[in-house]
Design a protein around this ligand. Structure first.
Ligand code: SAM
Ligand code: SF4
Ligand code: F3S
Length: 452
């Protein structure tokens, strides 16, 4: 890889050529986008947020739902014009969409403005593909699966105080609706010592939030036969000196052990919040989704957490309209939401992904009914969040300020330890700092208060 990067540098010079990298989808993909930027930086590129000024454009794509793919095809289509204006422009497509052979084929056939496609497990081939383009090759593609190159990859991080750290790649769970195992391959865990040394460096360089990433962080280490490796990792990271907070996602409910929950409570730097994707409140639907837990088992985990802290903050992912979801199944989802009182839900209408098991299932539920259910779910959760958030009034919350408020002038906003959005009066000099805030008001999407 180094050799190609050096050769590119000789062609593009030192920082004069501009790269535009746009990532879609989950935080793991955004983290890959940061590695792509690292590679381009080493190859001599600087960065721009304006695709019109770019000499190279990389779209780092997501395939999780059909609308994510449609959006990318729309953007690639509109880039034909850019290429006509500037024929030397290089357009590359990476990420989960390109890891599917039929998509790579479609791009090659129907989007001649694209110069190369590179799959999620072939990122280390990107410098070679780019060099070939610079040397005049018409189209290049590599969607093979190689060893991860993560340990050597430099990351150009978007933020100077929040860092994502992938601890594992891929997924073994094959939930029947999900494309991820097909586009990201099997689970591979990074070595504990590499993660610890990366986090030490980040903390030393002033990072205040470390977000550990994996499709199922609870199975970290399973691929090398280790038991409870994730709680162990959390404990070791918690021992690193410095003022910072540790978050992680996602946790699969089937592997959310008591050991993990005890560790969250024991480690002062680990955020007191758990994102625990439920997907559906119906055990029948969960079974057809191959989630390998029941609604009852999920509630047992919630009850264990809440026996330790009755106010503990939980968030979740939900899919509405899985094939043949009945009114009763949907009602079971509403019932469990009411029982658990999530602080936030991320809900999606089921999207058929070709190649997955659910795509073969017949589905008698109409799109109209699915849309109605989604609206009902959002309305239902809005009421729960409004009620929930009132419990924070009068509390002192520690907030990592991440931006000025988009809604109110003279206000800043950040996330509390519990992953709640907090707004308060302040200026942008506070961005990147921890601030104690006394909560005086609540809305259904955030709380607000005054700096102590
Ligand atoms: N690994 C995580 C887990 O098991 O919770 C989820 C990762 S997935 C990238 C993020 C979310 O997308 C899932 O939790 C699910 O709710 C949603 N999702 C995945 N496939 C979907 C599909 N075919 N249609 C709709 N939503 C989907
Ligand atoms: Fe997809 Fe399931 Fe793996 Fe999550 S655990 S990435 S939903 S297959
Ligand atoms: Fe999308 Fe790939 Fe993530 S499909 S959600 S970018 S792992």
């Amino acid at each position: 890889m180094e050799r190609y990067i050096n050769e590119i540098r000789q062609i593009v010079g030192d920082g004069e050529k501009l790269a535009y990298v746009r990532s879609f989808g989950c935080q793991l993909n955004i983290s890959d986008g940061e590695k792509i930027k690292g590679m381009l930086k080493n190859a001599g590129y600087s960065f721009t947020d304006d695709e019109n000024k770019a000499d190279i454009i990389i779209l780092n794509t997501c395939a999780v739902r059909e609308n994510a793919e449609d959006r990318v095809f729309g953007i690639v289509g509109s880039m034909k014009k850019l290429k006509e204006i500037k024929p030397s422009l290089i357009i590359g497509i990476s990420g989960c969409m390109t890891a599917q052979e039929h998509i790579a084929e479609k791009i090659k056939k129907s989007y001649p403005q694209v110069d190369f496609v590179v799959g999620t497990s072939a990122l280390s081939s990107m410098p070679k593909l780019l060099l070939d383009c610079l040397n005049g090759q018409k189209f290049g593609a590599d969607i093979a699966e190689y060893e991860d190159f993560s340990e050597e990859a430099e990351q150009v991080r978007e933020s100077g105080f929040k860092a994502s750290v992938p601890i594992m790649f891929g997924c073994n769970n094959f939930c029947t609706y999900c494309i991820v195992p097909y586009v990201r391959g099997r689970e591979r865990s990074r070595r504990q010592e590499d993660i610890v040394s990366e986090v030490k460096n980040l903390v030393h360089n002033g990072y205040k939030e470390i977000m550990l990433l994996g499709q199922n962080v609870n199975s970290y280490g399973n691929d090398s036969g280790r038991k409870n490796a994730f709680p162990e990792l959390l404990r070791e990271l918690n021992n690193i000196e410095g003022d910072f907070i540790i978050r992680f996602m996602s946790s699969h409910p089937k592997d959310a052990s008591k050991e993990l929950i005890d560790t969250i409570f024991e480690c002062d730097k680990v955020a007191k919040h758990l994102h625990l994707p439920l997907q559906s409140g119906s055990s029948d639907v969960l079974n057809r989704m191959n989630r390998r837990y029941t609604a009852e088992k999920y509630l047992e985990t919630v009850d264990y957490i809440r026996s330790k802290d009755s106010q503990f903050s939980l968030t979740t992912d939900l899919i509405v309209g899985f094939p043949n979801e009945s009114d009763e199944d949907f009602q079971a989802t509403l019932d469990i939401i009411k029982r658990v009182k999530f602080d936030n839900i991320y809900s999606f209408i089921y999207s058929k992904r070709s190649g997955t098991k659910a795509a073969e299932m017949t589905d008698f539920t109409s799109d109209e009914v699915k849309g109605q259910r989604m609206r009902k779910l959002l309305e239902f959760q809005r009421e729960i969040s409004s009620e929930n958030y009132r419990r924070f009034i009068g509390r002192k919350m520690r907030v990592l300020v991440d931006d000025v408020s988009k809604k109110r002038d003279g206000f800043v906003s950040g996330k509390s330890n519990e992953f709640i959005i907090v707004e308060f009066e302040g200026d942008k000099s506070l961005i990147g700092q921890f601030v104690d805030v006394e909560i005086i008001d609540s809305m259904n999407w955030a709380v607000s208060g005054r700096m102590i």
